[in-house]
Write a protein that binds this ligand. Structure first.
Ligand code: ATP
Ligand code: MG
Length: 349
């Protein structure tokens, strides 16, 4: 069997605590299914930045290029501005490797309390456009220090970029319940969002077997809370997809269980798998972070590498561990540690 080469970047804060649990579960899956996984560790982080002035070495992207996948914890830490950790590592990786589809599944796990009164049927995937849109470098400040000071930020929506993310959403919907919802805001954002809507209609016509609808982002967030069961695949721009996936993770019970994949669908480059959550400095170093988001990100990685059976087995092991409240970490209302929960999931495998 082919050995998959995995670049492991634990990063900062709880990234260093949950990645070892993710690897422990991947190893258990590899043993059970006879998979070959070879890891190489990279200690790139805000600490690296403090020592060297860079989040990763100048040839960092070239070194990652050779891998089959990247397994990332979280980057970002107090004292280092967010834009340094984001633009010094995460965003260059996503862009260089054309990981334009950010896939964030959200579902209800048994044994977990959702803050919603009626979470019935919550089982959706947010597809976020990952390399263009609102998160652009174009813009700046004018007349600094004067009364007329102003800041401008441009959004960029290319036909290539919009069409390919929409197609990714429709293709995924065909493997699920065949419904795509588009997040828009064409009543307030009058250039880019009407364009997005126009392309959504054009791509939808290529998929007559998939039903569609669209909502403005403001009311869409309300529906996520009030009627989450009505959604299957939800596709949004970089900003809207970001917001929806954090919200989705929260309504599922805790952000500590939400995995994500930054996919290069053409498989020309490595894809990257990381939890939705960040480095959580408020709980870092205490050994109480929930490792499930990292572990499920590992399941998504195995799925992407062609091992759907192993991915499903990890999900089942997570479900069985969640059935035991003694294994819940504090974010789930319990008292278990990161390592206890990780070991139980690996054991269940
Ligand atoms: P980022 O900007 O990287 O997305 P953030 O500022 O949104 O980060 P997070 O680091 O995701 O913040 O943390 C948000 C809150 O969720 C914090 O209170 C944190 O403790 C909690 N949290 C995040 N991840 C976990 C986890 N795995 N287990 C338990 N609590 C978590
Ligand atoms: Mg966040």
């Amino acid at each position: 069997m082919k050995t998959h080469r995995i670049a492991v970047i634990p990063g900062d804060g709880i990234g260093k605590e949950v990645v070892p649990e993710g690897l422990r579960v991947l190893d258990a899956a590899a043993r059970r299914f006879g998979l070959g996984l070879a890891y190489e560790h990279f200690d790139w982080s805000c600490e690296t930045y403090r020592k060297t002035g860079r989040m990763m070495p100048a040839d960092g992207l070239d070194r990652l290029r050779e891998f089959d996948a990247i397994f990332l914890g979280a980057v970002g830490y107090p004292g280092v501005p967010d834009h340094v950790s984001l633009w010094g590592l995460l965003i260059p990786i996503r862009r260089r490797f054309e990981q334009y589809a950010c896939v964030r599944p959200i579902r209800l796990y048994p044994g977990l309390d959702s803050p919603l009164r009626d979470p019935a049927g919550l089982d959706l995937v947010v597809i976020r456009e990952n390399v263009e849109g609102e998160y652009s470098e174009i813009g700046g400040r004018l007349y600094q220090g004067s009364e007329g000071e102003l800041a401008v930020q441009e959004s960029v929506f290319t036909r290539r970029g919009v069409d390919r993310i929409l197609r990714h959403a429709f293709d995924l919907a065909r493997t699920r319940r065949r419904r795509v919802t588009s997040a828009t805001k064409s009543n307030g954002i009058i250039h880019t969002m009407p364009y997005w809507d126009e392309r959504f209609a054009a791509i939808a016509a290529e998929y007559p077997d998939v039903s569609t609808d669209q909502f403005h982002i403001d009311i869409l967030t309300a529906h996520f809370v009030l009627r989450p069961g009505r959604f299957d695949v939800v596709v949004g721009s970089n900003l809207f997809g970001d917001i929806l996936s954090d919200l989705g993770a929260a309504v599922a019970g805790t952000i500590g269980i939400a995995p994500s994949a930054n996919i290069n669908p053409e498989r020309k480059h490595p894809s990257m798998f990381e939890p939705v959550h960040g480095s959580a400095p408020d709980i870092a170093g205490k050994g109480v972070a929930n490792p499930i988001a990292q572990i499920l990100s590992g399941a998504m990685m195995l799925e992407h590498l062609g091992h759907g059976d192993a991915a499903r087995a990890i999900e089942q092991a997570v479900e069985s561990a969640l059935g035991d409240r003694r294994l819940h970490t504090p974010d789930m209302g319990g008292r278990a540690t990161t390592a206890e929960l990780g070991a139980a999931i690996a054991g269940a495998l």
